[in-house]
Design a protein around this ligand. Structure first.
Ligand SMILES: [Zn+2]
Length: 416
């Protein structure tokens, strides 16, 4: 192919991906809306839509009564029954799996509670692979699995989904992505839970449309995802945004599992809250956090003080981040979504004291809109990323894989 031909082909592929992304994230859109958004003329939109429609990824229909005179623009919508992904979420206390339709609807899910200690790779992958098989068995005939994504609470090598460091499960250099992929017979993309949470809130949550935001995800520790100029800051090796280990209290700080002292996560994580409320040894986990919050709501003085203390340190961390990145929004997710409302006054006071006026004049502080599913939604979007970059090629590849699996295992064909 000539150079001009190649670049034309590249443009077509990018436009197909962009169009599919618009309807995947925003649902039904008219051809004229798509033309406006993408800066393309109506006949180009029509040609792109025809290709995606022939592949079964979108459908077109006449809109309902528009109330306007003249010929209405056809509406393009994602085909939710023809393409899906598998999304997995490995949290400290939970394993979650879901089948998610093109367009983002969670069609089916499985969940397992598990103990924190002693979960080895084999156990975790075994549970997730079984969930994956069940979810695929439930898919409509003709629906193609177009990708698999997983969120993990640790530091992940993007190339192969190796968990370099999963502090709260004791994992070091575990081949999670490769092992799960081998069990499922499909390639698996793995991302850090807070990175994926940031992208999910930007694409489907409270940060929709923002190019500069910071997402803080509380679990036992605190993870971060920082989006600057529309791009996640993932660093040189993919391990960026470890804001939980930003030191906020170096002199009298609590010891952190990373070996340092006074890190943000040591001062605002689950243990800090429960200890500050005087309930250590008695409470733990997300239920423990909720018990402290309920006690604070009921007026328990120690619980109220604990929330204030957490808000104080959280505010110092947030003020530093605002000075550094000038975000349009800071979003509190995971356990911090529960904690923030009761500590917002302290957070705001610290931000007003320590963040430069000009850096903070536009910032909004918000809780996650996606709730406990934020990291699962992020994993699903990671799974869709290949399809949205190159729709027809990836669809053809995944159809070939499904056909090969049917040939290899005819008895299980219906399950695939
Ligand atoms: Zn630390």
């Amino acid at each position: 192919m000539s150079k001009a031909g190649r670049s034309q082909e590249e443009t077509r592929r990018r436009n197909l991906g962009d169009l599919l992304r618009h309807v995947h994230l925003d649902g039904a859109l008219s051809r004229s809306e798509l033309a406006d958004r993408m800066g393309l003329n109506r006949s180009t939109i029509m040609a792109l839509t025809a290709e995606l429609s022939a592949a079964g990824l979108v459908s077109e229909e006449l809109p309902g009564d528009t109330g306007r005179a003249g010929r209405p623009s056809l509406v393009v919508r994602p085909e939710r029954d023809r393409a899906h992904v598998l999304a997995f979420d490995v949290r400290v206390d939970h394993l979650v799996a879901a089948r998610v339709a093109l367009g983002g609807e969670i069609l089916d899910r499985r969940e397992a509670v598990r103990p924190r200690a002693g979960a080895d790779l084999e156990d975790v992958v075994g549970v997730l692979a079984e969930f994956g098989r069940e979810l695929r068995r439930g898919a409509r005939p003709g629906s193609v699995c177009v990708g698999v994504g997983a969120a993990y609470c640790g530091m992940i090598r993007p190339d192969d989904g190796t968990v370099r460091y999963g502090p709260y499960m004791g994992w070091v250099d575990q081949a999670f992505g490769v092992e799960l992929g081998a069990r499922l017979g499909l390639p698996v993309l793995v991302g850090n839970e807070a990175h994926l949470g940031a992208l999910a809130e930007r694409d489907r949550g409270v940060g929709r449309g923002l190019d500069n935001l910071i997402y803080l995800h509380g679990d036992v520790g605190v993870g971060g995802g920082i989006i600057v100029g529309g791009k996640l800051l993932d660093g040189d090796g993919g391990y960026g945004c470890e804001v939980g280990h930003m030191v906020v209290n170096p002199y009298n700080g609590r010891p952190c599992m990373c070996g340092s002292r006074g890190c943000l996560e040591a001062e605002v994580g689950e243990h800090a809250l429960i200890d500050a409320a005087g309930r250590s040894g008695e409470l733990s986990g997300r239920e423990g956090v909720r018990a402290v919050l309920e006690a604070a709501e009921a007026g328990d003085a120690a619980a109220v003080d604990a929330l204030r203390r957490i808000g104080d340190w959280l505010g110092i961390g947030v003020a530093n981040l605002i000075n550094l990145f000038n975000p349009g929004m800071v979003i509190f997710g995971g356990m911090l979504r529960d904690v923030y409302p009761g500590s917002a006054a302290q957070v705001r006071r610290r931000v007003e004291t320590h963040a430069m006026v000009i850096s903070r004049e536009q910032v909004r502080l918000r809780v996650s809109a996606l709730g406990d599913d934020v990291t699962l939604v992020g994993a699903a979007e990671l799974a869709f990323s290949r399809l949205l970059a190159s729709p027809l090629e990836v669809l053809a590849e995944m159809r070939r894989r499904a056909a090969a699996r049917r040939m290899a295992s005819p008895r299980r064909a219906l399950a695939l």
